[in-house]
Structure formats: C-alpha cells, structure tokens
Ligand binder design. Sequence first.
Ligand code: UDP
Length: 324
Amino acid sequence: MATYLITGGAGFIGSHLAEKLLAAGDEVIVLDDLSSGRVQNLEQISGHASFRFVQGCITDRALLAEVCRPADTIFHLAATVGVLNIIKSPVETIENNINGTQYVLEAAVERRTKVIVASTSEVYGKSNSIPFREDDNLLLGPTSRSRWSYAASKIVDEFLALAFWRERSVPTVVARLFNTIGPRQSGQYGMVVPRFVRQALRGEDLTVYGDGSQSRVFTYVGDTVEWLARLAKAEGAVGEVVNLGGGGEVTIAELARRIIELTGSRSKICSVPYEQAYEEGFEDIQRRVPDTSKAQALTGYSARTGLDEALKSICDWCTKHPEA
Ligand code: UDP
C-alpha cells in the first residue's frame, strides 16, 4: 500500500485519479483550493477510510510541507487551466503554474518523493510536425498573445521537473496530457466537449469557433488516470517526458455533428469568429495529434476508450447533473 498526494485532486482529472488509487487499496490525500475543483467531485470517496481532503493552496508552503510528508508519490495536477481562464487571468496563470510547481518540487526534496508533473499538449503550440513526439521542437506564438502564457508556464514546469531530478535527485516524470475528456469536466473555462454536450442537451446552437476544420485527439479520463497510475510505478519513466493521448483525430465541426447525433438534439451548428470567442488576434492550434509510442513502451498500456463511447458517458453524466 502506498500513500499518494494529489494536488488539484478535487478537479476533473484528479478526482478520477483519487478514485482509482483508493480502489486499488492505496491511501490518498487531496490538496485543492477549490478554485476550479469542486467538493462534489469527491462525493463518492469522501467517507473512505484511506482518504483525506485538505483545502488549501499549493503556494502555501507550510501546508504543502505538511501534506507532502506522508506521501510516497505526488501527482501534481493543481494548475490554472482552460483557454478562457488563461486569457482572463494571465498573471494568476503564470504565478500558480510556475511558483506552485516549484514549491511542490521543493517540498519533495527532503524525502526524494516521486513527483508526476501534469503538463499539456499545449506546449507543442503551433508545431505542424504531426504526430507530436516528446523530443520535437516546440513552437509558440508571441508573448503579446496571452494564450501562449499557459504553454510557456508549463514548459517552465517541465524544465523545473527535469532539473529537480538531475540536480536534486527528486524522481520526476512529466506527463503531457492531450485534451482529456470525461464526466465532471466543466465547460466553464472553455473546454469544447462539455460545452457542446451542454449546448446540445439544452437545444442551443453549438458554437464552433473558426471554420471548424481544426482537429484534436480527445483522451478519455479513464485512460489518462490508468496511464498516470502506471507511470508512477514505471521505473524507466523517471526523468522522462511522456505524451498521454488517445487515438482518433476529429475536426471540431465533426465533433459537433457527432454530439448532436448522439444526443438526438434539434440544435444547429453556428460558426463563431475567434475574435468574438476569445480575443483580438487569437491564434488557434490547427492540428494536435500525439505519438504515444513512448507511453505504451513504458507502461504497456494504450488508450482503450473510443470517442463515441467517451461522448456517451459524458452525455449520460451531464443529463444526470444538469447543475454541474
Ligand atoms: N472550441 C469551439 N467551441 C467552443 C469551445 C472550443 O469550437 O465552444 C474549439 C477551440 O477553438 C479549439 C478546440 O475547440 O479549436 C478545442 O478547444 P479546447 O478549449 O477544448 O482545448 P484546446 O485544444 O484549445 O486547449
């Protein structure tokens, strides 16, 4: 039995990870400031004997030291996320994502606690070297576009994680997550799948930004947390950067059509210019496709849940939780 600390564990991905680890018989401590996480996400595990929830911020170093002490492994998922959030609060994004990660890594030094740092496919930026491999060049836009502050902050996190391994012997793994989707994900901060599903269920128009030809590979949260749990145990993963992503590429226009079909909704698709959706001069990423051979080689696992199956479970969940 191991003890895990999950920062950001009341969030969408963190809460699924907490459930998975508890089900495997491990102990879980969640640290979350509930800025975007929700206590409701922890409802199914809140009474579990091996579970503890601590409300607080990763920038509170005394609290961080206390919750890190009993942990054998830390999953560092706490961050400011979501394109809308990032454009609205670039200062907070940079502070939380860079300072927070540094504090977590510093707290891990004393006991050389393993830290799995959640990064993002956003770091590949506008690269068109499809599929994206972990050692590819990264291509961001100018600093005048706040969107890129998220990728830049996560790139610094990756450098920090790798530097703490090389210089301070803290075993770290960087996981680059590709558009994770599933029950409990909020559409409030811009994420396309929960937004489209809610719009379809309410009979509202689905807001496709730009011409809808941009594509993504969506990854079901069940696959993501399976991978994270395996990465924490994979000896060869320490000091590595690993893509975690699904298999099927889909355009946003096609995604909208599939969600309308799946929900049997009378909604239509409406096209919204980027400037209206985000900000003047917004730059989208045209294609984002992972090469996941490294993750497969390290963990023996590859994503199993297809897009339609994932969308069905999200539709069911959104129908049951109209308030979320
Ligand atoms: N998008 C959209 N309509 C929405 C929200 C997002 O067309 O209501 C598009 C967005 O412009 C991007 C894609 O969906 O091309 C994925 O957006 P999301 O914010 O989910 O993740 P990203 O891949 O941009 O980080």
